[in-house]
Ligand binder design. Sequence first.
Ligand SMILES: [Zn+2]
Length: 341
Amino acid sequence: MQLHLFDQLPAGFLEAEPETLHTCLPGPSLIRIEGEASPPLFVSTLLHGNETSGFYAIRDLLRKYSEEKRPLPRKLILFLGNIAAAEKNLRHLPDQADFNRIWSGKHYPEHHLAEQVLKLAHDEPLFACIDIHNTTGKNPLFACINRLDPHSIHLAEMFTSTLVYFNRPAEVLSRAFSNFCPSIVLEGGRSHSPAGTRTVAEFLEKVLHLTEIPDAPNGGSPPAIYHSVARIHVPEDSRISFNKECVQKDFCFVEDLEAMNFKEIPENTLLGWRHNPAMNLSIIDEKGREVESRYIRYVENEIRLKQGVVPSMFTSLITAVHQDCLGYFMEPYQIPDPSLT
Ligand SMILES: [Zn+2]
């Protein structure tokens, strides 16, 4: 899969919508945009074609600077990932790999795309990397980090005081970039939320104005950092629903599952019902091990928590559950180095 390179914004970009972006970008594209300070800020978005806040935020910001005929305060390298899926408002097309699972490994054609981007990114110093996503379920705005270095923490903290530290999935863009520059993920709430887009745009403009990334906290209360410890999957061929009456399905989950996101959920809480005892949920820890029995207890057909957890990204969108996962379990994380808090 080919990466397209641009030295300036292609014609039509500032008027495009995610669905029409393919008319000015023939596919995954890296666009260099001039600005006053170096090194450039790397911003990635539309790795998932139906997560549009990052695109709208960056387009609105570039429109503003273009209308005011001002250069950006810092150079920018913009990576726009899955243009073909954005046209169809899908996470990825059925025959494509997930563009945020291709940043290590070699088996998909899309791995070649990630290699080209990483090679170019390696060739010059970067100020930081910001990858922008949306969640399908109800979540607060939050930021993710893959390393607990002060620069990544404090950059993320400029966006929100809710941070998630994770190492699985390991094949994500932010983790690959965290090997050579401060790297964060913004989760801008649900796609098409104007408030989320505005917050992302304001944050990007603030970062473009920074002369350096703070290595001390910004004075407010310390961020809440959660460590994402396990990912919950349903069996590939299972039929699921989010309504108790769905006895013909293999699994039914409680209707308000998403309301549990980022809350401390006690042991024994009911998550749903299993109507097909031949199937189990799969819960994978940070080391890739199956740990379902550590978290889940089946009481007759009820699915109950065996220990207290803080869930995140629980979603009741059935296609998202099958394409990605049902959600994550997290634990509050204490930063070991007191100088970081
Ligand atoms: Zn995403």
